[in-house]
Design a protein around this ligand. Sequence first.
Ligand SMILES: [Zn+2]
Ligand SMILES: [Zn+2]
Length: 138
Amino acid sequence: MINGSCLCGKVKFHITGDPFSLSYCHCSRCRKVAGVFSAVLIGKAEDLHLDQGADVITRFKAADDAKFERCFCKECGTSLGDLATGDVYVVAASALDDDPKIRPSVHIHTESKPDWYEIDDRLQKFTGDYIPPDTPHA
Ligand SMILES: [Zn+2]
Ligand SMILES: [Zn+2]
């Protein structure tokens, strides 16, 4: 089981089962929502369980992209990810309290990263989107 929470502690969730993937997204939206980039954990939607805090979770939807939605705690601003979306969950790994055991495999949307941030690891880089082969689409 992988536990997660927001900074103020009002939102708590846990994940059962094994996540599909962990990746770094450098798109301009994730940059603003999460910091320099967001570490995104993806798995089966039914494996994500919200334990408390549904009343303080706010959902932001991008006006120009119906697919981009991000949840955050309205008390402390912690970025939580997309949470359940279709068949998959998309959770901000930064909100996890436990080691998800899986390690990041790719950098995506690298063409949108800021010039001042340099990627200096050996993970695969994709200028746009990349969905690992065995991940169901959101
Ligand atoms: Zn909070
Ligand atoms: Zn992104």
